[in-house]
Design a protein around this ligand. Structure first.
Ligand SMILES: Nc1ncnc2c1ncn2[C@@H]1O[C@H](COP(=O)(O)OP(=O)(O)OP(=O)(O)O)[C@@H](O)[C@H]1O
Ligand SMILES: [Mg+2]
Length: 191
């Protein structure tokens, strides 16, 4: 993939889309092959380098994985909570919630938000480090088409406004069509 482009990962259920995203994001470790991001081989990084690498990747999980006991605001802050940051964490989280249209719900718990709103909180959280690489797993799954469309607009605006590279796993042909390219998997193999 070229930097600053968007690619859709498509393929039937079980074909390996989530697995590939987890490998690119260094959430799971490779046992074969190699993954090169920004000229670096991910499999060859030390533990410390991996931790630094993960902070350059934003990940939107297939199931939003929000922390149920934390407010929307605190969920967005959570990934940077243990770290010293050059920015004010709370301020940044509020800006991101504003970006995804949820500034007025900053104090809400996930259980008080709709699916689309939870998905937008998950996207705001993925952006807290201003990642050059954004990986999104079925970001429009389970959303009505209108909400899904606004999520796609948001993801593609990150490519356009911030030059982010965006990889999206999706079953949604409309979403795949809006990306710069698409890659199809079948049984764990690129077809
Ligand atoms: N942690 C794991 N350990 C072993 N096998 C796994 C693991 N996670 C997924 N698999 C298997 O790997 C294959 C690919 O799964 P994966 O979740 O990547 O598919 P997917 O393309 O994302 O499917 P879906 O469209 O349903 O989300 C499946 O056969 C699945 O059962
Ligand atoms: Mg999946």
């Amino acid at each position: 993939m070229e930097r600053g482009t968007s690619v859709a990962l498509t393929g039937p259920s079980g074909s390996g889309k989530s697995t590939l995203l987890h490998l690119i994001g260094a959430i799971e470790r490779l046992d074969a092959g190699s993954i090169v991001v920004g000229g670096r081989e991910i499999g060859g990084l030390s533990g410390k380098e991996l931790a630094a690498y993960r902070r350059t990747v934003g990940f939107v999980f297939q199931r939003f994985h929000l922390l149920p006991a934390l407010t929307a605001l605190d969920n967005v802050i959570a990934p940077v909570l243990p770290f010293r940051t050059a920015f004010d964490k709370r301020q940044r989280a509020l800006e991101l919630l504003d970006l995804v249209g949820l500034k007025d719900r900053a104090g809400a718990l996930p259980s008080q938000l709709s699916g689309g709103q939870q998905q937008r909180v998950a996207i705001a959280r993925a952006l807290v480090n201003d990642p050059p690489l954004l990986l999104a797993d079925e970001p429009t799954g389970n959303l009505d088409s209108r909400t899904g469309e606004s999520i796609v607009d948001l993801l593609l605006s990150l490519r356009d406004d911030r030059g982010a590279t965006v990889v999206v796993a999706t079953h949604d042909p409309g979403l795949a069509e809006r990306c710069d390219g698409s890659l199809r998997l079948r049984d764990g193999v690129l077809v």
